[in-house]
Design a protein around this ligand. Structure first.
Ligand code: PMP
Length: 286
C-alpha cells in the first residue's frame, strides 16, 4: 500500500508530495516538529504535543499553519487512510519559502510549510527492545542552547546514534559541563535506592511530553522523584536507568559505557512505569 502523506493542504501518495527547494526547513532547518504515537488506532497525548508545538512556534516567531482542531483532524485522517493501528505520526512546520535563499526571515505573509506522514510500527507497545533494555554510551553535548524548542536540527543527535552504533550500543546520553543533559532523542533517568533522578527542565533539554506524563504517574504511584543535575558516574552506579520518549515510551537502560546496571536486565521501576504509562495512555488516547 502506498503511504498517503499530507503536504500543505493536500493528501497525496508519498511519491507525489513536493516542497520547494527554497523552503527554509530544507535550507536552514528553520522548522519545528512533533512525533505523536498511535496505539489501537488512537493518538497518545495529542494535546501535549499540540501545546508544545504552539510553544516551539511562538519561541521562534513562526506562524501556526492551522488551528489545533485542524491538526487533530489531519492526524486522524492520515491514521485512517494509512490503516495505522500502532505507529507514529510525524509533523513538521517550516517557516516556508520566500522563493529564494536569504538569512533574513521571509515577509510576514509567507505561508508556513506543513508536512505530516505516518510510520506503521506494528508491535510498538510490545517491543522486544524494551524487554532487552538499551545499552547507551556517553558523548559530549555540542548542540545549540535552545534544546527546549523542538527544531529539526537533528544532525548531532543523528551523529550520536551513529557513534552509539559503532560502539555496539543502542543510543547515547549527552554530557555538558560534567552533567547528563538527555539522550539523543529521549529524556534520561536513573534510579538509586528507590529514588528516580532526572535533570530539571530548562533550555538545556527538550521538555518531553512523555517525561511529564511519566513523572506524574510515578508521583501518583508514590515513587520518589528528584529533579536535579547528575553525572554519568552516578548513573553508572545506579540500580537501574531508563529513558522516555513519545516513540519508545519508557525504555529500560541496562548498560552505560560498558558498565552493566544491577543485574544487567531491565529494572523493576522502569518495567512498572512502562506498564503504567502504556495502560494510562491507551485509556486517554483520542
Ligand atoms: N529529548 C530529545 C532530544 C528528543 O528528541 C525527544 C523526543 N523527541 C525527547 C527528549 C522526548 O520527548 P517526548 O517525550 O516529547 O517524545
Amino acid at each position: 500500500m502506498t503511504r498517503t502523506v499530507y503536504v500543505n493542504g493536500e493528501y497525496l501518495p508519498e511519491t507525489e508530495a513536493k516542497i520547494s527547494i527554497f523552503d527554509r526547513g530544507f535550507l536552514m532547518a528553520d522548522a519545528v516538529y512533533e512525533v505523536t504515537s498511535v496505539l489501537g488506532g488512537k493518538l497518545i497525548d495529542f494535546e501535549g504535543h499540540a501545546v508544545r508545538l504552539e510553544r516551539s512556534l511562538s519561541e521562534l516567531e513562526m506562524k501556526a499553519p492551522c488551528t489545533k482542531e485542524e491538526l487533530l483532524e489531519i492526524h486522524r485522517k492520515l491514521v485512517e487512510l494509512n490503516g495505522i493501528d500502532e505507529g507514529l505520526v510525524y509533523l513538521q512546520v517550516t517557516r516556508g519559502s520566500a522563493g529564494d535563499r536569504d538569512f533574513v526571515f521571509p515577509p510576514e505573509d509567507t505561508v508556513p510549510g506543513l508536512v505530516l506522514f505516518t510510520q506503521n510500527k506494528p508491535g510498538l507497545a510490545d517491543s522486544p527492545a524494551a524487554k532487552k533494555g538499551a545499552k547507551v554510551i556517553s558523548i559530549e553535548d555540542i548542540r545549540w542552547g535552545r534544546r527546549d524548542i523542538k527544531t529539526t536540527q537533528l544532525l548531532y543527535p543523528s551523529m550520536g546514534k551513529m557513534m552509539a552504533k559503532k560502539a555496539g550500543a543502542d543510543d547515547a546520553w549527552m554530557i555538558e559541563d560534567g552533567h547528563v543533559t538527555e539522550g539523543t532523542s529521549n529524556n534520561a533517568y536513573f534510579v538509586k535506592d528507590g529514588v528516580i533522578v532526572t535533570r530539571p527542565l530548562s533550555n538545556d533539554i527538550l521538555h518531553g511530553i512523555t517525561r511529564k506524563a511519566v513523572l506524574r504517574m510515578a508521583a501518583e504511584a508514590q515513587l520518589k522523584i528528584e529533579e536535579r543535575l547528575f553525572t554519568i558516574d552516578e548513573a553508572k552506579e545506579a540500580d537501574e536507568a531508563f529513558t522516555t520518549s513519545a516513540s519508545a515510551f519508557v525504555m529500560p537502560v541496562v548498560e552505560i559505557d560498558g558498565v552493566a546496571l544491577g543485574d544487567g536486565t531491565p529494572g523493576p521501576i522502569a518495567k512498572r512505569l512502562r506498564e503504567i504509562y502504556l495502560e494510562e495512555s491507551v485509556k486517554t488516547a483520542i
